[in-house]
Design a protein around this ligand. Sequence first.
Ligand SMILES: Cc1cc2nc3c(=O)[nH]c(=O)nc-3n(C[C@H](O)[C@H](O)[C@H](O)COP(=O)(O)O)c2cc1C
Length: 301
Amino acid sequence: MSLKVNIGNLEFKNPIFVASGTFGFGKEYSQYVDLNKLGAIMVKGLTLNPKEGNPPPRIYETPSGILNSVGLQNPGVDGFLKDELPFLKKIDTKIIVNIAGETIEEFVTIAQKLDIDGVHALELNVSCPNVKEGGMAFGVNPNSIYEITKRVKGVTSKIVIVKLTPNVADIKIYAKAAEDGGADAVSLINTITGMAVDINSRRPIFKNIFAGLSGPAVKPIALKYVYEAKKAVSIPVIGMGGISSAEDAIEFMIVGATAVAIGTYNFINPTCTMDILEGIKKYMNENNVSDINQIINSINV
Ligand SMILES: Cc1cc2nc3c(=O)[nH]c(=O)nc-3n(C[C@H](O)[C@H](O)[C@H](O)COP(=O)(O)O)c2cc1C
């Protein structure tokens, strides 16, 4: 049975990734999960300089999901290179570094600094809803997506994945802009903007008023976006949003995802990635599927 998938010139041992921002830089999870068994680790988003993130509260539970307003807290690209990359380099999996410039120039500078051994791919976070400048302002403008992708592709030898926001009316335009800019793949979805209110003070729970919704609640929406994006582009699509079981992961692959990333569910069950991997193998066995690529984009409509 083969679980190998390819994106750009990279081969992944399996299609189970962990989503940026929900797995830190891997260290905390290494006591629960054999990190070598993951297809890839998508690390926490990096900015050029260290960032403290937003004031609390940062997380708010909703039925079947969470709202978060972390605001890209991270050690900055140099802090990552010094303190996190040496640990990640020892793991036998692909390392995808999520980057979030506040300007196009910053995306380019961060990408240049990461054009080194131990980093296999860059995921351009043009879609974070929780930062004031940059972030989603780029993600909802197809020209910005095109421009950032093209500029980053010009300075890196790594494969470039563009992470799309679902906070748009027609995802196809944005997926196509990334492909036209030279992206090797698109990943989606980032969180969906939402809101919560404290009824006693009648104030919004979050200082930024809006926050990003993720977890099982968003899965049907994510699935639709992945299906639509896949139809719009010929590059691979990495699917994410609310995946909590092997069945969920298989659904994403059937609608066209070459790989899937698990995010919020890692908080609920830190070993869920391994359960999902085992569940996929069981499904393949039961359905006489010898190569996982037979499942990808196999939807009958
Ligand atoms: C606490 C938290 C932090 C996140 N940080 C990032 C980030 O730094 N960069 C990014 O591209 N996405 C970030 N995301 C979005 C996730 O990677 C993922 O796209 C989204 O949560 C949907 O997947 P899920 O429902 O499985 O969590 C974050 C999500 C959460 C819940």
